[in-house]
Design a protein around this ligand. Sequence first.
Ligand SMILES: [Zn+2]
Length: 189
Amino acid sequence: MATEQPVKPSIRFAKNFIVEQHLDAVRWPQTCCSCGQPAEVYDNLQLKEKFKNYGEIRVQVTGIPYCQQCAKRSRTGKLVNRAVYVAAFIIGIPLAVLLILAASRSSSTRFIFCGLIIVLSLLVGYGLAWLLIKLPVKLILRKRLVEPVDAWIIEDDAKSDGTKGVSVVISIPNKRYAASFAELNGVSQ
Ligand SMILES: [Zn+2]
């Protein structure tokens, strides 16, 4: 009788790690994902997203290892990233409203691409928020700001086995840690 193989996660690499299946089986190298010191604490990310085709999806990415110091610094990183995200909307939405109003008043505009205007405004908002918040904080805190491992859910039409569904994207900012993560999980980068 064949011995049972442990379940392996199905992960492909495209800029970030895209976990197509068996998120629970993802393994994390047991060093701090930011500085490479021995792992001391573990972070979990609770993800929730609503999709038209798949309904509400809730998953957890568990066991992301940090050392004590980087764990603390990554919390600052998360707060700063959230502030940038919120500011992007605070800047982007009024900008989109103004642009749509301006475009609808001009008689030469037959079609208004509202969706496109909103996306572009949010991108401008994100850029400005990054320059006004993230950049100064990065310059002031330097190494005391740790970019956290992040994850989010996507609708995925490009799964390796040809099926469609949702996948979980894992972003690992530290290149060296990302390389050992790839090796441990058998992902070709
Ligand atoms: Zn560390």
